[in-house]
Structure formats: structure tokens, C-alpha cells
Design a protein around this ligand. Structure first.
Ligand SMILES: O=C(O)c1ccccc1N[C@@H]1O[C@H](COP(=O)(O)O)[C@@H](O)[C@H]1O
Length: 210
């Protein structure tokens, strides 16, 4: 079975509709002001509503305050919360008690030790999303990590990969890592924050061929 595909950083009804029509299983909405893909909560709620029942919707937050997290979750009501900062397992566990959404945690995969350190999220995060290590921005930079770090790893949590995936390299990434889910943002854009429907189509076609 081909991997699940999450198209992240959508910000218009047209690209939400395209991602659904072209076969994405998940979409992501970024609520993080420094991002070129930032969407205000009212717009995120509208886009979430549009996708309701068609694909799973993730709301991406980065080290959001307790107040912002509460406001975001009650307005948007996502299927998934993607924590993409340095959020602790304790914080994720608290949120998990309060809302029915799945909890995903992005982890910057720097070296083999990271795979040990992330065990602290076991039993709390419903999925780990391996991404390139954070730099000036915590994600969405089109930077890939060393896929060979996952080649022989025995996973004990649900997981997926992100970071620098494109229509041209996603087949190789899946072959090298065996990822059950791939997540893309800048690799399907014509400019930062501007999704390109032809690139989304090419990405989904490349994954379907795996
Ligand atoms: O998309 C963003 O701007 C963003 C901002 C802050 C944290 C994460 C962000 N995006 C997520 O990062 C990964 C990798 O993205 P890319 O494909 O390399 O551009 C993915 O999960 C994005 O949704």
C-alpha cells in the first residue's frame, strides 16, 4: 500500500480542494506567525470545515502558549495537532487529556542519539514526524535530513517523514526509509507560501507509484 500523504501549509480553498481531489490523505494548516504559510484562526477554521470528512486535517503549532493552544483548538477543531517546536512530553500529555485530536510531534533528526531521546514521547504522541533539524526556522525550509538514519531503525511508534521532500525525491525517500507517511510543504510550492497544484499532482503521482 502506498504511504499516506500530507500536504502541509495550505492557505486557500482552491488548494485544499485540489489536495483532496488529487488524493492526499491529510492536509496541514500552519498557525505560526513567522511562517509564510501562517493562516489566521478564522481562515484555518473555514479551511478545516471545507475538508471535513474528506481528509484528516492537522493544525501545526510551534511552542504556542497555553492560551493560544486552547483558542486554536476550540476554533479549528482539527483531527490532528502537529507540534513542531520544542514542546515537552508533559505538555503534549496535558493537551491529549483535554481534546480528542491525535497528537503528532515533529522531531528534528540530527543523529542516531535523537532516536533514543525521542522515546520520551512514546505513549503520548500518536505519531512522530521526522524532519530536518530546526535552524533559523523550525520547519518548512525544504531541507532534508539524512534518510539513512532511519534505514535499519526498528520503529516502536507510528511515524512519518518530512523535510525537503519533492516530487523528484519522494520515491527515493520512501525506498530508503520505508516511511508509512510523507509530509510535504515547500516542495510543492512555486514560491514560499504559494502552493502549486501541478506540483501537488506530481508529488501524489510519485507516491502512488511506490
Ligand atoms: O511550513 C512552515 O512554514 C513551517 C513553519 C514552522 C514549522 C514547520 C513548518 N512546516 C513543516 O515543516 C515540515 C517540512 O517542510 P518542508 O516540506 O521541508 O517545507 C512539514 O511538516 C511542514 O508542514
Amino acid at each position: 500500500m502506498p504511504p499516506l500523504v500530507k500536504i502541509c501549509g495550505l492557505s486557500t480553498p482552491e488548494t485544499v480542494d485540489a489536495a483532496i481531489r488529487l488524493g492526499a490523505t491529510h492536509i496541514g494548516l500552519v498557525h505560526y506567525e513567522p511562517s509564510p504559510r501562517h493562516v489566521a484562526l478564522d481562515l484555518a477554521a473555514q479551511l478545516r470545515q471545507r475538508a471535513q470528512g474528506k481528509v484528516k486535517v492537522a493544525l501545526l503549532l510551534v511552542n504556542a502558549s497555553q492560551q493560544l493552544t486552547g483558542e486554536a483548538l476550540s476554533k479549528v477543531r482539527p483531527d490532528i495537532i502537529q507540534f513542531h517546536g520544542t514542546e515537552t512530553p508533559e505538555w503534549l500529555a496535558r493537551v491529549k487529556q483535554l481534546v480528542p485530536a491525535q497528537i503528532w510531534k515533529a522531531i528534528g533528526l540530527k543523529d542516531a542519539d535523537t532516536l533514543d531521546r525521542m522515546q520520551k514521547y512514546r505513549g503520548i504522541a500518536d505519531r512522530i514526524l521526522f524532519d530536518a533539524p530546526a535552524a533559523a526556522m523550525p520547519g518548512g525550509t525544504g531541507t532534508r535530513f539524512d534518510w539513512s538514519l532511519l534505514a535499519n531503525h526498528r520503529h516502536n511508534m507510528d511515524w512519518g517523514i518530512a523535510g525537503g521532500l519533492t516530487p523528484d525525491n519522494v520515491g527515493q525517500a520512501i525506498a530508503e526509509t520505508g516511511a508509512p507517511l510523507v509530509d510535504v510543504s515547500s516542495g510543492v510550492e512555486s514560491a514560499p507560501g504559494v502552493k502549486d497544484v501541478d506540483k501537488i499532482a506530481a508529488f501524489l503521482k510519485a507516491v502512488a507509484a511506490c
